[in-house]
Design a protein around this ligand. Structure first.
Ligand SMILES: [Zn+2]
Length: 357
């Protein structure tokens, strides 16, 4: 009953902020058009440069509408992911007695936001732009790097534009815009992206569950930010040391997902899990940096320690707990690859600004 009350509160928040009126699935035949998509990997980023720049510019100048069917899909994913987080927490020895609901919301930050609902429980808001960004980055990465399959699905210039489009949508799309959807993956790449996306999103939820478990919300201060995609929004500020603690609790919860694996499976899955957890913070660092260069305000900046500090502290924590020798290697490769991509993304952003002048 109480979770259902949290669900009503969530929809009420979406409605009052004029995001969407409901999260019901679209009736057959009434689904809004999602625009064009790429059907084959050969098509990705091969439109004329002017068309591609126009698409980036459009996101920046035309306010996009939220799509109930898209938000419904994201909400269904969160509804499937949260019970697993709570189950993993229980098996790690923590029982979450407070009712919790993870709800999709355009918060504008890669951190989840805890909204305590007195007498009901805690609503954990997860940015609607987060799953789209993480999924696009993972798809591009597995598509372009030969270690995920040969021949690669994408050339590096295709990858560079696809990443620029995903980051542009995240930074300017108010949690409503997706980059032009990439084709479906198959086989090993599909499995890897699916698993990492799931774990990355769960880490964001688990961090907030960590605040609930550690009792951080009891002494939290209200942190109000006027610069979110939906205007003024409140979050709970608990201080940087408790943010690090929530990261550590989240990591401990997520490491439980490896408990029943054989040593051979662990060799494969542990590096993926570590990379998925850190990917959220890597993207946090990159989006913060790009936002700063573009003169954009990052909502709730300063409420958490800088991503670089969180990465450092989480890596130290994980290094003592992982069970396989190469557990941190994939995360290091992902970080290096992402860092190498920033120059190409910046170049697309420079070109789109020229178009907009
Ligand atoms: Zn936090």
């Amino acid at each position: 009953m109480t979770v259902e009350e949290l669900r009503s509160r969530h929809v009420e928040m979406l409605r009052s902020r004029r995001v969407v009126d409901h999260l019901d699935p679209a009736a057959p035949g009434t689904a809004e058009t999602t625009g064009s998509r790429y059907y084959t990997w050969h098509q990705v980023a091969t439109e004329p440069v002017r068309t591609r720049l126009g698409r980036l510019a459009d996101v920046r100048v035309r306010p996009a509408a939220y799509r109930p069917d898209h938000l419904h899909d994201l909400q269904s994913t969160l509804d499937a992911l949260l019970p697993e987080v709570l189950h993993l927490a229980r098996s790690a020895g923590w029982t979450v007695t407070t009712p919790v609901l993870a709800g999709v919301f355009p918060t504008g930050t890669l951190d989840g936001l805890c909204v305590p609902v007195p007498g009901r429980g805690v609503l954990v808001l997860v940015n609607s732009g987060l799953p789209d960004l993480v999924a696009a980055v993972l798809k591009v990465m597995t598509g372009v790097l030969p270690n995920y399959g040969t021949p690669p699905l994408l050339a590096s210039d295709q990858a560079s534009y696809a990443l620029a489009e995903a980051l542009n949508a995240y930074l300017y799309g108010n949690g409503a815009v997706e980059a032009r959807p990439l084709p479906e993956l198959s086989g090993q790449r599909l499995a890897l992206v699916g698993l990492m996306l799931r774990r990355a999103t769960q880490f964001v939820i688990a961090h907030e569950v960590g605040h609930v478990l550690a009792g951080h919300l009891v002494n939290a201060r209200r942190w109000t930010d006027p610069h979110t995609p939906v205007g003024v929004l409140d979050a709970q500020a608990v201080g940087w040391s408790r943010e690090h603690e929530a990261d550590r609790i989240a990591a401990m919860i997520m490491l439980r997902s490896l408990d029943d694996l054989s040593p051979r499976e662990l060799d494969v899955h542990e590096p993926c899990l570590v990379a998925a957890l850190l990917l959220v913070l890597f993207l946090h660092e990159i989006t913060d940096r790009l936002a700063d260069e573009l003169g954009l305000t990052v909502p709730f900046a300063g409420s958490h320690p800088p991503p670089v500090r969180r990465i450092q502290s989480l890596v130290e924590h994980l290094a003592d707990r992982v069970r396989t020798p190469r557990a941190l290697d994939l995360a290091a490769d992902v970080a290096t690859w992402l860092e190498d991509q920033v120059t190409g993304v910046r170049e697309w952003f420079r070109l789109v600004e020229e178009v907009l002048i």
